[in-house]
Ligand binder design. Structure first.
Ligand code: NDP
Ligand code: OXD
Length: 317
């Protein structure tokens, strides 16, 4: 029997763990969903895969060698203060990347084409057209030009939008105006729509707040500026978003992530005008693709090759 893999994924929509068992026959796969199936002995297990794993779980595995994240984000693992000093691999996958950029393009098009206004008119049986700007009239600024941001930028370009990108280090991307960390104000002043695709770190916690929204252009071809976020909810200050929508500082929002998930049924966000909310589904990890990724990285590790998609523990993503 090869060294085992422990899987700690508690949400039901993830499905079963069969893809892992099929791809890694001869390896013990322990699924860890709740207290009831807790194995007593975690010795001999070299690998662990988690989504919001129980704090202290990875530290309690004496033979653990590599930690894996179910998602592209790793804040749900790094928040464990007892996390062992071991390599952490995040999920990078073509399907995951495509699904995210589809969601981003969909949201930008929904706001460009004033779909919420037409939805409302339909519900009231109103036949009325509105002035329609072109995609090329709008500047979309992506905050976080990593795997997901770069792919979204390329697809938005193909749709005709003008695209800006902001990241910690400066990027060179054909047809995209790239800004680095300290150029945030200039980037914001040139973006009619901003799209958050940032990891959650101490630097990005609460970054989407009143002060930031105030730096966006006051008028845009679609009314006010639009805020779209699929990075992490704790990067946004929801009270500030509500007040920015009420005062017209923001003209619309699309949010897939929230300060607390699930979003409280009392939240004012549910009923704001021109607000599109989705329940953290912009890009859900696919179990088959994830199993291939984990099996592939374990194979590399056991062959003495470097692991891919390693998290830089110093910067936190
Ligand atoms: P990457 O690590 O590839 O990219 C992160 C980007 O953010 C990089 O461009 C990085 O800059 C930039 N960045 C990080 N910190 C800062 C900062 N302080 N200032 C400016 N830029 C910063 O991540 P991915 O693109 O793969 O994923 C991004 C996030 O999307 C994930 O961390 C996760 O939170 C979220 N996500 C959400 C999903 C959903 O369904 N809603 C699904 C999947 C992911 P630099 O390039 O200089 O390093
Ligand atoms: C992720 C997510 O980080 O789904 O992959 O949020």
């Amino acid at each position: 029997m090869k060294s085992g893999l422990l899987i700690d994924v508690k949400f039901d929509s993830f499905g079963k763990f069969e893809p892992f068992r099929e791809l890694m026959p001869g390896r013990e796969i322990i699924s860890w969903r709740d207290e009831n199936n807790r194995p007593t002995d975690l010795g001999g297990i070299h690998y662990a895969l988690g989504w919001k794993p129980d704090a202290g779980l990875f530290a309690s595995m004496p033979d653990l060698k590599v930690m894996f994240s179910v998602g592209a984000g790793v804040d749900h693992i790094l928040c464990d203060p007892t996390l062992p000093d071991l390599p952490l691999v995040r999920f990078v996958d073509a399907g995951l990347t495509s699904r995210m950029s589809e969601w981003v393009c969909l949201q930008c098009l929904m706001h460009l084409r004033q779909q919420r206004t037409y939805d409302k008119q339909q519900s009231e049986r109103i036949w009325r057209d509105h002035k329609q700007p072109d995609a090329s009239d709008l500047r979309v600024g992506i905050m976080g030009m990593g795997v997901l941001g770069c792919n979204s930028a390329r697809k938005l370009k193909a749709l005709g939008f003008r695209v800006n990108g902001w990241s910690r280090s400066r990027k060179e991307i054909d047809g995209v105006s790239c800004y680095e960390g300290a150029q945030l104000d200039e980037f914001l002043g040139n973006s009619d729509i901003i799209v958050g695709l940032l990891p959650l770190t101490p630097q990005t916690t609460g970054i989407f707040n009143s002060a930031l929204f105030a730096k966006l252009p006051r008028e845009t071809p679609i009314g006010g500026p639009v805020f779209i976020n699929a990075g992490r909810g704790k990067s946004q200050v929801e009270a500030d978003i509500v007040s920015a929508l009420e005062t017209g500082v923001l003209g619309g929002i699309s949010l897939d992530v929230f300060e607390n998930e699930p979003l409280d049924s009392d939240s004012a966000l549910w009923v704001m005008d021109n607000a599109i909310l989705t329940p953290h589904v912009a890009s859900v990890s696919d179990a088959d693709a994830l199993a291939r990724h984990v099996a592939g990285q374990i194979e590399r590790f056991e062959a003495g090759l470097e692991l891919q998609h390693l998290v830089d523990m110093q910067v936190g993503y």
